[in-house]
Design a protein around this ligand. Structure first.
Ligand SMILES: [Zn+2]
Length: 433
């Protein structure tokens, strides 16, 4: 665990500057992404500002200034030799679970079918059983460990889904665990999703199960256990109609929705959920033309999860088709035990570049501003601009590399940030050789 340099915030004026990152070699502010609302972004939209330049953060953890030689009444961090990026945001993870399914990857790579893996005791249901067998304290400890690793890789905001439970009561237990962990200021900011429809437990009738999850919504909203809901309509899981019914009930309770859409076949989920006002539609290997045109004019974000394709061997979603149509495209790890076991956005970025042909600017936008939009945070997060939260990554600038070249390196080298500034607290990484 890297050391945390926490900063005292009590007893200061509400808008007093308490931290300055001084003399940075440069900043990718992402201001152009904001101006374009994350659509059709070009290299210039990374809005690189060459240093020496400073960032000031106030005692609420909000960026109060970006400029040269800012006054500094508080803590000063030496940014010399560093390039600043907006903190990454991972808008799709299944990070709370117990059990290990590494064997399934090797079975799959050895040619075993889903049915054979399932018969050998694998699949989502095995994670549900393992998770049910753990205490809440054990699950929280596992989640903390994963989040610490994600933070070290630059994920300053992480969406965490429930979903590995066989009853509404157990779903609520997972959401309460996520909430308790989210109160720890040393963790990334968490955006919990109530993934009520993930896998139908054996022996349950789908409509009754959906009713049970809908009945849990008042408890979720009363205790602010989730910021959105999610569902998994796919052949063999839930129907699109069940997912829409659950999402409509959530909307009536004040919770927006996300959805796992058209990953294994075209169920028409993408278009239906864009029309239903979903924050994001995720996966999209089989998205149809109608939905692609809708994405060009609707705020719904298209979230790509290339690590899943890498580990499972299914096709990559056609990100270029969506980007060129003017969709807002985000990237996420999909971290989960069964189909995407890597928690680092660095792998996702490398695959986005090499397999999905995304440019460094598109990748940066997809992990900052557009990822914020996928979680309803586009007005407050995702760029280094006054008034936005002070979640910032500091990368060591490497001699000749500056501006776009630096961003190209970051996209493909799997380099982790040297330090992560989280709402005005710094966690420093050990310096590499
Ligand atoms: Zn997922």
């Amino acid at each position: 665990m890297p050391p945390i340099l926490s900063i005292t915030t009590r007893g200061l004026n509400a808008r007093a500057t308490i931290m300055i990152i001084r003399n940075l070699s440069g900043i990718f502010t992402g201001e152009g992404f904001v101006q374009r609302e994350g659509r059709r972004v070009r290299d210039d939209d990374c809005s690189f500002v060459a240093g020496p330049i400073d960032i000031a953060i106030d005692d609420r953890g909000t960026i109060s200034g970006v400029g040269r030689e800012l006054a500094s009444p508080g803590e000063v961090i030496d940014g010399a030799g560093m390039i600043a990026l907006p903190g990454f945001i991972d808008p799709h993870t299944h990070a709370i679970f117990s059990g290990d399914r590494s064997t399934e990857y090797f079975m799959r790579w050895a040619g075993k079918t889903y049915l054979e893996i399932s018969q050998a005791g694998g699949g989502i249901h095995s994670t549900v059983t393992a998770t049910a067998g753990q205490t809440s304290e054990e699950l929280e400890a596992l989640l903390r460990l994963r989040l610490q690793n994600m933070l070290a890789c630059g994920a300053t905001v992480v969406e965490v889904k429930s979903g590995y439970a066989a009853t509404a009561e157990d779903e609520l237990r997972l959401l309460r665990c996520i909430k308790r962990v989210s109160e720890d200021r040393a963790m990334p900011e968490l955006r919990p999703s109530f993934l009520g429809l993930h896998a139908l437990p054996r022996g349950r009738i789908e409509s009754e199960f959906v009713d049970e999850m809908i009945a849990a919504l008042p408890e979720v909203t009363r205790h602010e256990l989730a910021t959105q809901v999610d569902s998994f309509p796919e052949k063999g899981f839930f129907t699109r109609e069940s997912a829409l019914r659950f999402s409509a009930a959530a909307k009536a309770s004040g919770l927006p929705c996300k959805v796992h859409a058209d990953e294994l076949c075209d169920l028409g989920s993408s278009a239906a959920f864009i029309r239903a006002g979903a924050l994001s539609i995720d996966h999209l290997q089989h998205i149809n033309n109608e939905a692609v045109s809708l994405l060009a004019t609707h705020p719904t974000v298209a979230t790509m999860l290339p690590a899943t394709s890498f580990f499972v061997g299914i096709p990559y979603a056609n990100a270029r088709r969506l980007l060129d149509a003017g969709a807002r495209v985000a990237l996420a790890t999909d971290f989960n035990p069964g189909t995407a076991p890597a928690f680092d956005l660095q792998l996702t970025h490398m695959l986005a570049a090499s397999q999905m042909k995304m440019t460094p600017a598109e990748i940066l936008c997809a992990s900052t501003y557009n990822a914020a939009a996928a979680l309803g945070l586009e007005k407050t997060h995702g760029a280094i601009m006054p008034g936005r939260v002070g979640n910032i990554l500091l990368y060591s600038s490497t001699g000749a590399a500056a501006g776009l070249t630096m961003l190209q390196q970051i996209s493909i080298s799997r380099a982790k940030p040297f330090a992560v500034v989280l709402l005005g607290s710094v966690s420093e990484q050990p310096r590499h050789g």
